[in-house]
Design a protein around this ligand. Structure first.
Ligand code: GLU
Length: 422
């Protein structure tokens, strides 16, 4: 289920990101000089992307790449294609990538890219031209040692293959390490496609452990059945949870006894929608959010939980597979209600963690098997969860603040050690 335009207008994600930065910096009693060095994005590039469309005419699209911070290593973050992309949204997402990479302690800074377009209405050829022209626009910024894009909303391994090819053509030789989330046959990593959803699953296991909620038999609601949501649903289903409600941008479905997730995945890939799945009743987005469950997984876009619907959420755990699904005002309401939130920058960090594995494999030319990827991912996700939990307990703050504190303190430490240039 997508956020409505009204919701998007209501909450500017960049303001939310800065608000969280300020709160965490206050808690950390972060030095004023360091705040001045890390509060704002290092670099932002906006490019015009003219594309010849199938009807023979040229349309022009706007794209952005924002490098928020590179104190800990090359900039890292996905590229999204979506009609609502704005520079402020990309800045917020780049900011979150920075703290996210620091929380899982991988040697990357944070970046994000986005093109305002409606990929669902574009042909494959139009998308290829858009991707290649955008890549050439941001070419001065990207590279395996500088800034490494990856998939995000409505981009996928094929998009990454086009970026890798365009960059390699400009260089004159193949550079696999310029993007992650590539097809495995082009230097992609085993397990990267499932990594975000798998990471979400590991953090849910940790949270259920802390809260003493038995995973077996727990009721789950998943909002958004894309890459992250469907994989998380599949793993939860395999762990004997009941996934009772699921939505995508076309509608919401419900079955109180649990949906057959493997069959639903097949249904969605065949029809492009979760709607019309046999043995399920259709419900409204409002009903989905109000469905009583143990674990609610928002896996769609920003701002899907607002002050208007937060009160209706009836879950013990919210696992933020999406980036920024809860507005700051809604966050306060849910905290009051006692809902345990696994914040996005921790919960969905599995994607970028396996991106790091992919980049390390590309750069070393040595490739790992799937078990190696999964066991390293599980270790990193569970250690990071425990690190955030420790701050939450020691400092008596909520999980979001604790996650921001961990990420920001690591970036601040790197910045302090490096000092101010010149
Ligand atoms: N787009 C994903 C995220 O928001 C992955 C980024 C990456 O792998 O670089 O975390």
């Amino acid at each position: 289920m997508e956020a409505t335009m009204k919701d998007v207008m209501q909450a500017n994600p960049y303001e939310a990101a800065l608000k969280n930065f300020d709160m965490a910096s206050d808690q950390l009693e972060l030095d004023y000089d360091i705040r001045m060095m890390i509060r704002n994005p290092e670099r932002a590039l906006t490019v015009n992307i003219p594309v010849r469309m199938s009807n023979g005419r040229i349309e022009s699209f706007v794209g952005h790449r924002v490098q928020y911070n590179t104190a800990r290593g090359p900039a890292k973050g996905g590229i999204r294609f979506h009609p609502n992309v704005t520079l402020d949204e990309v800045k917020a997402l780049a900011c979150w990538m920075t703290w996210k990479c620091a929380i899982v302690n991988i040697p990357f800074g944070g970046a994000k890219g986005g093109v305002a377009c409606d990929p669902k209405k574009m042909s494959t050829q139009e998308l290829e031209h858009l991707t290649r022209r955008f890549t050439s626009g941001i070419l001065p910024l990207i590279g395996p040692a500088m800034d490494i894009p990856a998939p995000d909303v409505y981009t996928n391994p094929q998009t990454m293959a086009w970026i890798m090819d365009t960059y390699s053509m400009m260089k004159g030789y193949s550079v696999t390490g310029v993007v992650t989330g590539k097809p495995v046959s082009l230097g992609g990593s085993l397990g990267r496609n499932e990594a975000t959803g798998r990471g979400v699953f590991y953090t849910i296991q940790s949270a259920a452990d802390v809260l003493n909620i038995p995973m077996k038999g727990a009721k789950v609601v998943v909002q958004g059945f894309g890459n992250a949501g469907s994989v998380a649903a599949h793993l939860l289903d395999s762990a004997k949870n009941y996934v009772i409600a699921v939505s995508d941008s076309t509608g919401c479905i419900y079955n109180k006894n649990g949906l057959d997730i493997p069959k639903l995945i097949m249904h969605k890939s065949r029809t492009g929608t979760v709607v019309g799945f046999p043995n399920a009743e259709q419900i409204t987005p409002e009903e989905l959010i109000a469905t009583r469950c143990d674990i609610f997984v928002p896996a769609a876009l920003e701002n899907s939980i607002t002050p208007e619907n937060a009160q209706k959420v009836d879950a013990k755990i919210i696992a933020e597979a999406a980036n920024g699904p809860i507005t700051p005002e809604a966050d306060a309401i849910l905290f009051e209600k006692g809902v345990f939130i696994i914040p996005d920058i921790l919960c969905n960090a599995g994607g970028v963690t396996v991106s790091y594995f992919e980049w390390a494999q590309d750069e070393s030319h040595v490739f790992w098997d799937e078990n190696e990827v999964y066991s390293r991912l599980e270790k990193i996700m569970k250690t990071s969860f425990a690190d955030v939990m420790k701050i939450q307990r020691d400092r008596k703050v909520n999980m979001r603040l604790a996650a921001n504190m961990l990420g920001i303190s690591r970036v601040a430490e790197a910045t302090r050690l490096r000092g101010l240039y010149p």
